[in-house]
Every structure is written in structure tokens, then in C-alpha cells.
Design a protein around this ligand. Structure first.
Ligand SMILES: *Cc1c(COP(=O)(O)O)cnc(C)c1O
Length: 423
């Protein structure tokens, strides 16, 4: 069983006023997670979390994290602007993109962001775009192979990100000769890892590399970025990563490798999912029940609101509000209305007996949920609400309207007139 941070009565009040589907984020939950992370790395002077904006690109969330000391990890001009306008500026923005356009380099540089270079060839592209070389640069590493002491996370030969060991050393030499003063290194070698050994193993890999860089180039790194990738327990039987323990284990690796006081780089993280994932919920309503060869529960949300199950078969827990304690009465597919058979929030899920109008809460939708949304089949994007610590809801993004949907069309007079006179 997975608990909700709000009661049945609260949800019932909300759905009287607010059309489903909609998203709710738990402000207290996000703040508590941010504080836990900071406590876990408080031993490292200069530690900062650069929240991966793509997880939840909503200013209310960014402002909340900014107020708690976080920076932002961005990968597009829109994400840079979202961060900047939410009060996250200058070197508190990390620009980690790949196949970066000249316009994106210019936007990142103008914002004063730290550019995280994905490839050796990007040095030339960046210099061409900017007409100069920034004084601080991060370079992204892909070791090709990576394993933790518990498990092999996988080989990274197929991963498009980052540079090889030798390319990374070369990039740092070239950039040093071009006048870069401060360097960092970055690697993201896993995604949604619940293995508490992931960060410590990654830290060992990067800290060792830092020493090799020093030997090969004379460059002492200013910072090391452990990036994102820490998972969350989507399934009720999975266990939450103990971030305090992870921080202590990274400290052990750090103290073993950086014995020289002169070389004690600050650490960064770029967690997205871990920060907001568990604190977002998609609220939807049962609008139909169908029995053919299987049992279906139809809801008013579709994969266009939350794509993860359709995209990679991801599990999202579902609570039937007010029926939490009821025994399952059958096995159901919970489906949306898209003309795509992968539009299913759950497949073969045991659920209690549901009726039209019942409210379902889909858990762990706070990261890569609304942000991955789209408008296929003309489905409009849902609203987002922040639940304040006093339990009240604040709208932080309204739902999309048909006017919004039509706004980018080249509509002729006739279309516009017919549309305007519609009601
Ligand atoms: C997606 C991404 C992250 C965040 O990943 P999570 O799995 O949400 O923690 C961090 N850094 C970079 C460069 C990313 O692309």
C-alpha cells in the first residue's frame, strides 16, 4: 500500500471544483526531500543540487527549489528561461545538452550558465557560436562500461552521451590552453537506480578520473557533478533510497581519494525524479467500464497527460480514493481514450470494484509526468496545482484551452469566424 499526503475528504472537495484530470504536487514533500539531500551532502563545502528542470518545468516548483538553495540543470532555451525567470541565475544554471545548436550555446552563455560539453567536437561549435571561450566549463564523461559493486548497471557503448576517457583528457587540455580557468566533470551512468551503491560507485569513478586529470593536465577540478539517476520506489514493495546513507558513503570515497587538502572539489547533483517524482499525483475519474475479452476501467486522463506507462511500460501505483481498504475484486486494465492501444495506465492490475465517477489517484507522477505530455488526438494538457503545507491548493498552471491548441495554426478568416461563433 502507498499512502497519500491528502485525505479522501480533501480530494472530494477538490474534484467538486476542479475538472479532472489534473496534477497535484505536495510542496511539503518536495521541500523535505530537498532538505534531506542537502543534509546528506552538508559535509561537502559548496555542494549544490541542480534540479533537472525537465522533470517538472513549472515555475512554482523551480521557485520552491530555488528558495531552498537549489540550482537548475537545463537542456534547452526554454528551460534556461524557466530557470532564469524563476530566480535561478548565472552559475546556478548548468546547461547539459548534447547536439547543441549555436542559439542554445548563446542563450546559455548570455544567462551566465555553466556549459556542460558533451563532446570534443563541441569545443569548436561552442567557440564558433560564442566567439569566445567561457571561463568555467564542465565536460561530460562516458566510461563505456560501468558497474557498481552490487550489480553491473550496464555497458554504455550504446549511450550517446559524453566523451571517452582519452577524449575527456584531451578536451580539458585544449580548453585549458584556450584559457578556461575552472573545470568540472559530469557523468550520468544510470537512470532510476534504487541501488544505494550507484552514487558511491559513480563517485569513485569520477574522483579517480579527477586525479588522472590532474596528473595528465595539471588541472585541479573545481567541481564534480554526480548528475541524476537516483530512482524512486514506484512499486509498493520497493524501498526508498536512503539518501543520508548514500551521502555518507560518497563522503567515505571522497575522503579516501582526496587526501590532499588543496584538491577538494565541490560536489553537485542533478536529481530530477528523486526530488519531485514521489510528490506529484495525477487525479483522474472513472468514466467507463468495459467487459470484452478483458476488464477495462476507462478514465478521463490519457497517456498524453502521463506518458511513462505507454512509453516504457512503467508501473504507476493507483489508489481508488475512499476504497483504499477494499479487497481487489478483479484484474483490470486502466485505460485512457487515445486511439492507441498502449494508452493504458495499468495492465492486469488488481483493483477494488469501481464505479463511474470514482476518483483515482495515480502516484509518483511528479517527475517526467506533465512535462512529457503532448496533445495527440487533440487531447488538451491538464492543469497543475500545488498543495500548500496547510492543505490548500494553488493553481500553478491552468489547463490548456482550445484557443491555446489553435494558437499556432495558420487559421484563415473562415476558420476563425466559425470557431469564434461556435458558442
Ligand atoms: C535527465 C537528466 C537528469 C535527471 O535525471 P533523473 O533521472 O530525473 O534524476 C540529470 N542530468 C541530466 C544531464 C539529465 O539529462
Amino acid at each position: 500500500m502507498k499512502n497519500l499526503p491528502f485525505t479522501k475528504d480533501q480530494v472530494e472537495t477538490w474534484v467538486k471544483e476542479i475538472p479532472t484530470p489534473f496534477y497535484v504536487y505536495d510542496e511539503q514533500g518536495i521541500a523535505d526531500t530537498a532538505k534531506d539531500l542537502q543534509q546528506a551532502f552538508a559535509w561537502n563545502p559548496g555542494f549544490r543540487e541542480y534540479f533537472a528542470v525537465k522533470a517538472t518545468p513549472t515555475p512554482a516548483v523551480l521557485r520552491l527549489l530555488e528558495s531552498l538553495g537549489c540550482g537548475a540543470d537545463c537542456a534547452s532555451i526554454a528551460e534556461i528561461e524557466l530557470a532564469r525567470c524563476s530566480g535561478i541565475t548565472g552559475k546556478r544554471i548548468m546547461f547539459s545538452s548534447n547536439e547543441t545548436s549555436a542559439a542554445e550555446y548563446r542563450s546559455a552563455y548570455a544567462a551566465g550558465a555553466i556549459i556542460n560539453l558533451d563532446d570534443l567536437t563541441q569545443i569548436e561549435n561552442m567557440e564558433e557560436a560564442l566567439g569566445c571561450i567561457p571561463d568555467t566549463i564542465c565536460v561530460r564523461y562516458n566510461p563505456g562500461q560501468f558497474g557498481t559493486s552490487n550489480e553491473i548497471i550496464g555497458h554504455l557503448y550504446d549511450s550517446k552521451f559524453g566523451m571517452t576517457h582519452d577524449q575527456l583528457i584531451e578536451a580539458i587540455s585544449v580548453l585549458r590552453d584556450k584559457g578556461v580557468k575552472k573545470f568540472g566533470i559530469h557523468a550520468m551512468l544510470s537512470s532510476c537506480s534504487l541501488n544505494e551503491d550507484y552514487y558511491p560507485s559513480l563517485a569513485k569513478e569520477l574522483f579517480t578520473l579527477a586525479q588522472e586529470i590532474r596528473t595528465a593536465t595539471g588541472v585541479c577540478l573545481s567541481f564534480i557533478d554526480l548528475s541524476g539517476g537516483i530512482g524512486i520506489p514506484y512499486k509498493p514493495e520497493e524501498k526508498k533510497v536512503d539518501i543520508i546513507r548514500v551521502g555518507a558513503q560518497v563522503k567515505e570515497v571522497y575522503d579516501n581519494i582526496f587526501t590532499d587538502d588543496a584538491l577538494r572539489p565541490s560536489l553537485r547533483t542533478e536529481l530530477g525524479r528523486f526530488m519531485t517524482g514521489p510528490h506529484g499525483y495525477l487525479v483522474t475519474r472513472v468514466i467507463g467500464k468495459k467487459h470484452i475479452y478483458k476488464e477495462y476501467i476507462g478514465v478521463d486522463a490519457t497517456a498524453s497527460c502521463l506518458m511513462r506507462p505507454a512509453l516504457y511500460g512503467a508501473y504507476h501505483h493507483i489508489t481508488a480514493v475512499g476504497k483504499e481498504k477494499e479487497e481487489p475484486t478483479g484484474i483490470f486494465d486502466v485505460v485512457g481514450s487515445l486511439c492507441e492501444n498502449n494508452d493504458k495506465f495499468a495492465i492486469d492490475r488488481p483493483l477494488p470494484s469501481l464505479e463511474k465517477g470514482d476518483v483515482l489517484v495515480i502516484h509518483d507522477a511528479g517527475a517526467h509526468g506533465h512535462s512529457m505530455g503532448y496533445t495527440y488526438n487533440g487531447k488538451l494538457r491538464p492543469a497543475e496545482y500545488m498543495m500548500k503545507p496547510d492543505g490548500s491548493l494553488q493553481m500553478i498552471r491552468r489547463s490548456q484551452s482550445l484557443d491555446d491548441y489553435f494558437a499556432t495554426l495558420d487559421c484563415d478568416e473562415t476558420f476563425t469566424q466559425v470557431w469564434r461563433n461556435h458558442d
